[in-house]
Each structure stands twice: as structure tokens, then as C-alpha cells.
Design a binder for this molecule. Structure first.
Ligand SMILES: Nc1ncnc2c1ncn2[C@@H]1O[C@H](COP(=O)(O)OP(=O)(O)OP(=O)(O)O)[C@@H](O)[C@H]1O
Length: 444
């Protein structure tokens, strides 16, 4: 039973609220003042506090701070909307205007209690995940991954620039997210930019923003991605793809904590933490003049190197199982398991596309498998060497969708087909329209 504390100095009002909430099955205690409430025991014993803003002695505002994690609803007269706004700013979860409407009060209390329960459940879930995996959502027990976790835990709480190295698909972005989530910037933005995906001519304006008229087509001034990361983390993936001019601008941002938009004469202060990643050999690029050595020295303060999947074979069974559960959840399929021969194949494969390839192979197998077991043939991996995996990787999900629909549509209803694909019937219909994949009528 949820426990609610009412602090209200007017006895009639306090008792009326207590009776009202007791009728809703809540355990309610009352106090005339903040001092009396504190004398009766720690505030943390309650699930919710409803307090008048004007009280004799310490007022309701003081209480918000004293309440810590316990949500506080403030009661205020219509005349003092201003103080209600102040109370919300200082952390009250809601306010109830006086004179109050009984139903409105009950609904506000119920909503605050529900949100508080949800928050507690989320915190418990997060703690559970943290306990299962040392760094949120990153699977790996092999020695090199343990080294990676140790570095993440050490460097995450600092503002140090981190350079993540590793082949494509080894989890560089995942590590960057984890560094952000474990830093004091976690409530700030994480802006992830793949430098290879922005055309060279646009990259400076995209990253650093521009003033109106800075170049043809710049009709309005625009904030860049670096500024958007202010107060948070900027993750620059494939940093080796940054053209030399942009490298110079980035270096200035890092050295001076200031940014100058393209075409601007004034600088603006920015507070960002940079995490960079690349699969390339930066010292080799420096030698041929494609990467600035001063930028390299500035970003290479702390290095995290991710091993390729082929060097992590002891992690493969756990990682495959983790990705299988993830795919089943995403595609709305009941839990599945790998057959023995599937696990043998997973161990034998070379995984040139690393974890991303493993994830794609598993997701496709989940889509194509009927039963609850994924067999070696569902994985469609050939052998450890010379397997044209890259060819299969080129098959887009749309092509799989097309093949899956054409193979199964004669035997399944649209509802069954949608369910097997893990999408709604409406989504199936829409995708059919988009791909020109009209339903074929069955002969006879
Ligand atoms: N150790 C891991 N545990 C669980 N999932 C992982 C792990 N490593 C990678 N993944 C998953 O594999 C996919 C690819 O990872 P990610 O995008 O982080 O790789 P990347 O190195 O940044 O690739 P690229 O260099 O091509 O951008 C993601 O879906 C990620 O969640």
C-alpha cells in the first residue's frame, strides 16, 4: 500500500484530503508543519508528499530539497501561480491549485505515485543490467574485453578525450555511448556523427554551423553539430575521413573551447567532451599528410582498442545468445535457442564484419526460422574460410523481406505473415505497397 504524507496547517483541509485518499486505499499520515513531519520520522519512508506551499516555520519549498528522492506535490492558491512555477523548477513533480477539485487531486496523486513506481522499477532494472554486464549492454568476458571495460570505467567519469580504435562493427559506437552514459554529462546530449557519411563540401558547415549568407544557399544561420553537443559528448566516428580544413577547425575547438561558425567573426563558448573513433591507422595517415599530427596528439589522450571478433572466440556463444534474445525481442518472436551445429558454425566462421555481421546473420535467421531452434542451415554460413559473407551482407533487409513474403505468402494469411515478420498487418500492407509487392492471389 502506497504511503502518502500530507503537510497542511489548516486542520479541516488536511483531514478532508486524508479521508479522500484513504478511500482510495492509500496509507495517509498528516502533519501541520514541516518540523512536525520531520519529527515523526524520515521523509524517505513515504512514497509521496503533498504539502501546502505556505506553512508556519519552514515552508513547502524547503521541503522539496529535504524530501530527496520522494516526489513532492505542492498545493497553492490560484493567486500564486508564480510560486507554483518556482516549486516545479525546484523539483516538485506537480502542483494542485486551491481550492481543489476532489477528482483532480486524486488523479494528480495517482499519477505521481505511478511515475514514482516506474522510476524505481527502471532504476532496479538498470542496476540488474549493470550487474549482468559490467558495462551496459556490452558483452565480453575475454581478457581484451575485460581490459576495455576497465578503461571505460576509469576514463568515463573524467572529461578526457578518448580515441576508440577497432575494425568496423567491433562496437566502437557502443563504447562511446557507454562512456557518455557513465559520465557526469549523461543528462546532456550525445551527438554521434559519422564523418564518412557527410559530403566533404558540407562537413564544415554541418559540424561547425554557419552564418546567414556564409555560402550560396545559406539562407539562415544554423547551429552545427558541435554546438548541439554543448554540455554533452560529441562522438566523431571515422574521424580519419575529416578533410584537413575541418581538422584544423576541430583542433581549435578542442584547444580553446570555442567555436566559430562558418562565415562568423565572433566565437561562441562550447563545453564538449570529444570521443573519436576510427578503423584506420592514424600514424600512417600522418606520414602521408592526410591527418594532422597536432590533432592526433590532442585526441589520442586515452586509447581504447577493440579486438576483432575472430580474436574473441571464447565470447562467441554468449554474444550470439545475447544477440539472439535481442533479435527475438525486436521482432516480437518467442525465445529461441541455437542448435549444436549452429554453435559449431558460429565458432568456425571468420566474422570479417565482426559483431555487426553476427547481429545481421542472427536477425535474418530469426526472420527465416519457423520453430524455436536456429539451426546451422538457418544461419546460412558456409565455412570458416572463403565464405562469401560480404555478398550476403549486401542483401538488404528489404530483399529478405521480399524473399520471405514471396516464399511464404501462399501458405500463410496476411496476419500470420505479419506476425512472423514481427510487424503489424498495416506495416506489412504499407511495405508491400512501397516495394510494389502486391499480394498474389492463390490459384484455384
Ligand atoms: N560487445 C558487444 N556486445 C553486444 N553488442 C555488441 C557488441 N559489440 C558490438 N555490438 C553490436 O554490434 C553492432 C555494431 O556495433 P557498433 O555500431 O558499435 O560498431 P562500430 O565499431 O561503431 O562500427 P562502424 O565502425 O562500422 O561504425 C551494434 O548493433 C552493437 O550494438
Amino acid at each position: 500500500m502506497a504511503d502518502v504524507l500530507i503537510i497542511e496547517d489548516e486542520t479541516i483541509i488536511r483531514q478532508a484530503i486524508m479521508r479522500l485518499l484513504e478511500r482510495d486505499g492509500l496509507h495517509v499520515t498528516g502533519a501541520e508543519s514541516v518540523e512536525e513531519a520531520l519529527a515523526n520520522g524520515p521523509l524517505s519512508h513515504h512514497d509521496l508528499i503533498v504539502a501546502d506551499i505556505r506553512l508556519p516555520g519552514r515552508n513547502g519549498m524547503d521541503l522539496i530539497e529535504a524530501a530527496g528522492d520522494v516526489p513532492v506535490i505542492i498545493m497553492t492558491s490560484y493567486a500564486s501561480v508564480r510560486s507554483a512555477v518556482d516549486a516545479m523548477r525546484r523539483g516538485a513533480v506537480d502542483y494542485i491549485p486551491k481550492p481543489f477539485d476532489n477528482d483532480e487531486l486524486r488523479m494528480t496523486v495517482e499519477r505521481a505515485l505511478r511515475e514514482h513506481t516506474l522510476q524505481r522499477q527502471n532504476a532496479a532494472l538498470r542496476a540488474q543490467i549493470d550487474a549482468d554486464y559490467p558495462v551496459t549492454g556490452i558483452v565480453g568476458h575475454c581478457a581484451p574485453m575485460q581490459g576495455v571495460f576497465e578503461r571505460i570505467n576509469r576514463v568515463a567519469p573524467t572529461d578526457t578525450t578518448v580515441l576508440i580504435l577497432g575494425e568496423s562493427g567491433t562496437g566502437k559506437e557502443l563504447v562511446a555511448r557507454s562512456l557518455h552514459e557513465q559520465s557526469h554529462r549523461r543528462d546532456g546530449p550525445l551527438i554521434a556523427v559519422n564523418c564518412a557519411s557527410i559530403p566533404e563540401t558540407l562537413i564544415e558547415a554541418e559540424l561547425f554551423g554557419h552564418e546567414k549568407g556564409a555560402f550560396t544557399g545559406a539562407e539562415r544561420a544554423r547551429e552545427g553539430l558541435v554546438e548541439a553537443a554543448n554540455g554533452g559528448t560529441l562522438f566523431l566516428d571515422e574521424i580519419a575521413e575529416l578533410p584537413t580544413a575541418a581538422q584544423g577547425r576541430l583542433l581549435r575547438v578542442l584547444q580553446e573551447s570555442e567555436i566559430r561558425r562558418v562565415g562568423a567573426s565572433q566565437s561562441r563558448r562550447v563545453d564538449i567532451r570529444l570521443i573519436a573513433a576510427t578503423h584506420q591507422d592514424l600514424p600512417a595517415l600522418i606520414r602521408v599528410g592526410d591527418f594532422r599530427d597536432d590533432l592526433y596528439f590532442r585526441i589520442n589522450v586515452m586509447e581504447i582498442r577493440l579486438p576483432p571478433l575472430r580474436e574473441r572466440s571464447e565470447d562467441l556463444p554468449e554474444l550470439a545468445q545475447f544477440l539472439l534474445e535481442k533479435a527475438c525481442r525486436r521482432l516480437n518472436r518467442p525465445t529461441m535457442a541455437f542448435s549444436k551445429d549452429a554453435l559449431v558454425q558460429i565458432q568456425a566462421h571468420h566474422w570479417p564484419g565482426n559483431v555487426r555481421e553476427l547481429e545481421n546473420v542472427i536477425e535474418r535467421a530469426v526472420i527465416l526460422t519457423d520453430g524455436s531452434e536456429v539451426s546451422a542451415s538457418d544461419l546460412a554460413l558456409k565455412d570458416a574460410d572463403g565464405d562469401p559473407a560480404a555478398e550476403r551482407m549486401d542483401l538488404s533487409l528489404e530483399e529478405y523481406f521480399r524473399a520471405f513474403v514471396r516464399t511464404h505468402e501462399a501458405a500463410l494469411t496476411e496476419t500470420e505473415l505479419a506476425k512472423r515478420l514481427g510487424i503489424s498487418r498495416k506495416a506489412l500492407w504499407e511495405r508491400r505497397q512501397r516495394l510494389g509487392l502486391q499480394r498474389r492471389r492463390q490459384a484455384g
